[in-house]
Write a protein that binds this ligand. Sequence first.
Ligand code: DX5
Ligand code: ZN
Length: 225
Amino acid sequence: MLIAPSLLAANFGRFAAETQRAERAGADWLHLDIMDGHFVPNISFGPEVVRVLRPQTRLPLDVHLMCSRPEILLEPFAKAGADHLTVHVELGEKVMPLLWKIRALGKLVGLAINPPTAIANVLPYLERIDLLLVMTVNPGFGGQPFIAETVPKIQQAAAWRHQKKLKCRIEVDGGINLSTAAECARAGADTFVSGTSLFGRHNLRAAIRQMRAAVTAAAGNRPKG
Ligand code: DX5
Ligand code: ZN
């Protein structure tokens, strides 16, 4: 079970300190939400932030590209030090070349899916990805409420992973707190992106420890098969 605090919820004026705080607090990954103001109605930060943070931490940098033209961003983020690059299945026929390009760059290959998108859309790609990022809010902003209707999509993805004997991680992102993380773990998620519920806490170490305990316990009670 991996916990990935989202930098989107951190203090934008203290990214380096917040990154080190997350590492000291026991985070497994650092999740970076990249928004282009076109694929989503918000703009966050770019490759330069990854370049500056890279020497500050040993944490894997889990870059989530909520961007309409990730093809022009993959190399800059890879060069800046990203470890994982995730693109959205909503990009349609662009997806397969993007996944191959990420693989060619030597990074973990991630595919994200928005709440309204049917989970069947990821089927053609499951064998080619390392991470399936199931969005549990509509992308664009932190602090939104969890969308419970996304849970069956996690269950379906976990079933396909089991049936096809795949190794990809199932990551969830958006409105993830102790109880929604446990619900997603019961459904088959194993990697948890959380911003508000983690960076919003004074004691980040305790928050991460509690979330890890909650998802580990919940996964232990998962229905088998
Ligand atoms: C949505 C973002 C958020 C962020 C975490 O585009 O991807 O989901 O990572 O947000 P909260 O604050 O809901 O954990
Ligand atoms: Zn994200």
